[in-house]
Ligand binder design. Sequence first.
Ligand code: JFZ
Length: 432
Amino acid sequence: QQTTATPDWAKETPEHKAQRMAWWRHDRFGMFIHWGLYAVPARHEWVQQHEQLSTEEYKAKYFDLFNPDLYNPKEWAAAAKQAGMKYIVLTARHHEGFSLWDTKASDYKAPNTPAARDLIKPFVEACREAGLKVGFYYSLLDWHHPDFIVDGTHALRNNEEARASNSKRDMNKYRQFMKDQVTELLTNYGKIDLLFYDFSYPGKDGKGHEDWDSEGLLKLTRKLQPDIIVNDRLDLNDTEWGWDYKTPEQFMPNKWPEVNGKQVPWETCQTFSGSWGYYRDENTWKSTNQLIAMLIETVSKGGNLLLNVGPTARGYFDDRAMNRLEGMGQWMKYNSRSIYGCTAAPEEFQKPDNCFLTYNPETKRLYVHVLQWPFKTLYLPGYKGKVKYAQFLHDGSEIKYTSRSSAAAGAHTTVTAGEGDLIVDLPVVKPN
Ligand code: JFZ
């Protein structure tokens, strides 16, 4: 049902939105989890489309092999928590159309596979127990549903027979199906903190807000969970701000993203290796250092990082993922103060070469993340008179600094720093 009245969210004040977003803005770092039947072939979550498999072929191959005997969401939550992540967003249903929970709206669900149970319930419980916020990813696309009009994203996009069946497909029924499923997800599992709708591709052979009834979906979502945070992929008008945050994907903006000249909440979702679903043979895994730098850079531009894990078909995180999560956790153990509650630094602080700046507006602490260790000296451009004290974050030890006038006194060398610069003395050897 399409709504015509001014939606409630259009009447919301910026203060109300800011309040709703407070935990998310503070926490900065979350885990995305892509898990479904595609974990079985283990070569991309779009495998059904890439290999042009009909629903029957795909189901015949993988549905009865979905047997996550090592699934233990407590381990997932522990791994996320250890890495310093504060929220988890799980694919309740991805484009393949397979539901991880005991939905009444479809038979294509985990309880009917060898998994033989609702996989969402223990997941939500494990997150709650670990003190993590919980979110669901919900696909707007469905390559399985008999009423979903075959389009350019569909596995059967080049199949004439499938295209011909479009005349018998009824998107009204599909829209109702989505609402029924969203109602289940937002009713049966307690408080849900976030919903990640994915995704719109308006235009020829595509789908947008009218196809999904995005307004209706969003209204329903906010009615069932008044404090929920919703992403921006419903193809809703940017100025009306039905969404809570922007979601650049596998992409790092060069600065804090703006809408109509105003900086907006944003979260970049990123992968370890390129694909989202578990991809056994993918050899493009980012290093732990790259991932840490990615987190820092994101926060330095006022954003959040949602870092994805694709669990295996048996339900656990593989070694490559665990290594990286553990490495990030080691870093976070000593440096999370420069992430939680932090944002971009005020403009008066220019970032030094090879550094990113994060800033905590409450404590007025500026964090200088030195990505490339310099030789003994770090120049802070124009910082003179703005700094009270400097220390390393990892061990709390004092760092000495000076400004040009005192450094120049008695120096035999030419001091190249500017008048307003601070000259920071660093140890030759980079601390761990
Ligand atoms: C979508 C999915 O197709 C993908 O499998 C994964 O779940 C990811 C998080 O989201 O992929 C997208 C969606 C939107 C864009 C790019 C990839 N986009 O707008 O550029």
